[in-house]
Design a protein around this ligand. Structure first.
Ligand SMILES: [Zn+2]
Length: 185
């Protein structure tokens, strides 16, 4: 609960009414928005910021009181972004870091980016053509299409709003992750 640590924390800012993630902001900026009455606390971090006169609970997630219209930006594709978007879960068999494969727990290094329509056949580096896969499934699939091997996608890969937010939320506290789950389109 140290003040210095709390100041270094980041706060997830959501839009009003639909709770769409807008940005990751600093604690002072979040507190300013709260004090100005422009935002409300959605989740607390459990930490406190001590000033000379007062003690502020440090939020983890806040939302604007009103909805603001933000133009949709196309997220820049990246391998890391795909892995974080999919939370290191294999789109074919569903294993995750910690799942057992041949008696050993998998780590994040056991996952790669799979091109659903293979690159060798003209598949592109796009959000909708790529997904996280474990090495087993990626190897098994090779240069085939999933339906040629009777492999099913567990979900439909979607374009996230911004790669920045996907990375930031993916590396942030667990409490943030549910907000990107809702807004993968
Ligand atoms: Zn797999």
């Amino acid at each position: 609960m140290s003040t210095v640590f709390a100041l270094k924390n980041r706060v997830l800012l959501l839009n009003g009414s639909n709770w769409e993630p807008l940005a990751v902001i600093s604690v002072p900026r979040a507190i300013n928005l709260l004090l100005a009455g422009k935002a409300v606390v959605i989740e607390q971090s459990g930490q406190f910021l001590q000033t000379i006169r007062e003690q502020f609970p440090v939020p983890s997630v806040i939302a604007l009181r009103t909805y603001i219209n933000v133009p949709r930006r196309q997220a820049h594709w990246s391998r890391k972004g795909v892995l974080v978007r999919d939370n290191y879960t294999c789109i074919y068999c569903g294993v995750q870091p910690g799942s057992l494969a041949k008696g050993k727990p998998l780590s994040k290094h056991d996952f790669t980016v799979d091109h659903i329509f293979p690159k060798s056949r003209g598949g592109k580096d796009t959000w909708t053509n790529t997904a996280c896969a474990c090495y087993n499934c990626n190897h098994r699939k090779g240069d085939k299409l999933p339906n040629e091997l009777n492999m099913k996608l567990k979900w439909e890969p979607k374009t996230p709003r911004t790669s920045y937010l996907v990375i930031a939320i993916g590396t942030g506290p667990d409490a943030w992750k549910r907000y990107i789950e809702i807004h993968k389109d």
